[in-house]
Ligand binder design. Sequence first.
Ligand code: GLY
Length: 335
Amino acid sequence: MITVQVPLGDRSYDVLVGHGARSELPALLPATARRAAVVTQDGIPFEVDPGIPYERFVIGDGEDHKSLATIEQLSRGFARMGLTRHDVVIGVGGGMVTDVAGFAAASWHRGIPVVHVSTSLVGMVDAAIGGKTGVNIPEGKNLVGAYWQPSGVVCDLDALATLPPREVRCGRGEMAKYHFLTGDDLLAMSEVERIARCVQIKADIVASDEREGGRRALLNYGHTLAHALEIATDHALAHGEAVAVGLVYAAQLAHRMGRIDARRVQQHLDVVGGSYELGTSLPSGLSPDDLVTLMGRDKKVLSDGLTFVLDGPAGVEVVPGVDPALALDALHAMG
Ligand code: GLY
C-alpha cells in the first residue's frame, strides 16, 4: 500500500493506493462521523464496509444522471436519513459517482465531510483527487459544482481487474498527459507505483493552485480539443480517448506556433499511439471549422479567443490568444 498526501493545510488528506485498500476505509473517516451515506451505482465491483452504521444510495449510470435531479434525489434521501454535519458521505465508484457524491456533500447542510472510494482508473489518477465536484446541465458539462476536498481517498486496485478495456484506455489517456507534464516513464513502474505517482503529480499541482488560478490549468493539457471532440461525437469518443487525440493535436499546434520542433511532435505520437496504445487521429466525418468553434467555447478559455495548454521551451503552459487559422491548420494535420 502506498499513501500519498494531498497537502492543503488543515484540509490535507491521504490517498491510499493498493490492492485491498478499501479495508482501510474506516481509518479515513472523520473521527466524529456517526453514520455514513454511501453513494454508489449498480455494477460497482465491490461493497464497502465503513465500520459505522450506513445507508446506501444508488444513483443512475451515464452522463444523463450527472444532474441536479440526482443531487435533489440524494438530498431528499439524506433528509429522510437525518444526515447531519457530524456524519459523512462516501462516494464509491468512478469519476461520475465521486463528482456527484462530492457535490451532494458540498451542498448538504452547506457542506459535510466526504470520502471517496475510487473504482476506475480515471477516477484514481484524476477525478477523485483535488476536490472538483459537480454536475451537468443541458448547456454544458460540469457547469454547476463546487471545490470540496474529500477527507480521504481510497484507490483499491482490486477494482481495476474488472474494468472494461475501454475504461482502461480512458485512464491511459490521462496517464499519457502526466507523462508530458513531468517526463516520467510511468509505464516502467509497477501498477501501484504508477497510480500512486499519478496521484502525487496531481496532488502537487492541486496543492500549489487549488482553485485553478494558474498552474492547475496544466491538468487540461490535451483537453481543449478533447472537450470539443466529446461534444462533436455526442460522447461516442470517451473522455480519455479524446484526451489522447487532444495531446497529439496540442503538439501539432505548438509546432505550428514555433514552440516545439518536429521531433517533439513525433515523441507525442510515439508515446500516445505507441507506448500507451491509444488512437491519435481525428474521428472521420467531423468538420474542422466546427471543432475550432467548439474549442472557442471551452469553459477554460481565459477571455475572448482560443486558449490552449501547449508544450514549449519552458515546458507545458497556458497560451491564450491562439490564431484560429493555426488551430485549423493543426486539425488538418490530424488524419
Ligand atoms: N481534472 C482536472 C482537475 O482536477 O483540475
